[in-house]
Design a protein. Structure first.
Length: 192
């Protein structure tokens, strides 16, 4: 089973077994992968994906483009031989398989944020563990969500990207604010 690593914070990076995948040249293929992995909590109807990525195309052409993009994506990632596969695919829907061997930087980023957010109220002056987790979270933020990935012909995809960017940006700002206060309380003004 090949370990798939996907980074969507900053410029999108995809690697299998630590080897960068550079064959994802199509912006639509990268956008499809990003959308499916970030929104992996549910299957997505093919019609929705077509409307998201090829909104102005005739239906037959858009369906063909989705099939081709999915075929290329599965071929590049070796999905046909991976056990379990990276995708659950039916005639009507597609879903990224959360049971596959993968990591997503945004999942790790959000995990650090939510873990710390739940426990910060209990912190007073010494929350070294939470500060350490927030430092790891901040390191994961290499830039805006899907930086430099734009679909000029898809307003819906751009709106989804913007919401994701704003959420991640707000979370990293909150983390920086907490860390600044933490360092000041510790007397570590250089880090603050």
């Amino acid at each position: 089973m090949a370990y798939l690593s996907i980074d969507v914070l900053g410029t999108m990076r995809v690697a299998i077994a630590n080897a960068p995948i550079t064959a994802l040249e199509s912006v639509k293929v990268r956008a499809l992968l990003a959308y499916l992995v970030v929104e992996s909590d549910q299957p997505h109807r093919r019609e929705k994906l077509i409307g998201l990525l090829w909104p102005d195309y005739p239906e037959d052409a858009a369906r063909h483009n989705l099939r081709q993009a999915l075929f290329n994506l599965r071929l590049i990632l070796g999905d046909h031989t991976n056990n379990p596969p990276y995708f659950h695919i039916t005639r009507d829907a597609i879903q990224f398989n959360r049971e596959s061997d993968y990591s997503l930087d945004l999942d790790q980023f959000n995990h650090y944020f939510y873990t710390c957010e739940e426990n910060l109220n209990q912190c007073r002056e010494d929350c070294t563990t939470h500060a350490s987790n927030l430092e790891e979270m901040v390191k994961l933020y290499r830039g805006e969500f899907l930086q430099q990935l734009f679909l000029e012909d898809s307003t819906e995809f751009e709106e989804w990207t913007l919401v994701q960017r704003e959420n991640a940006h707000q979370r990293v700002l909150e983390a920086h604010g907490y860390l600044t206060n933490y360092y000041i309380l510790q007397g570590d003004f250089k880090s603050a």
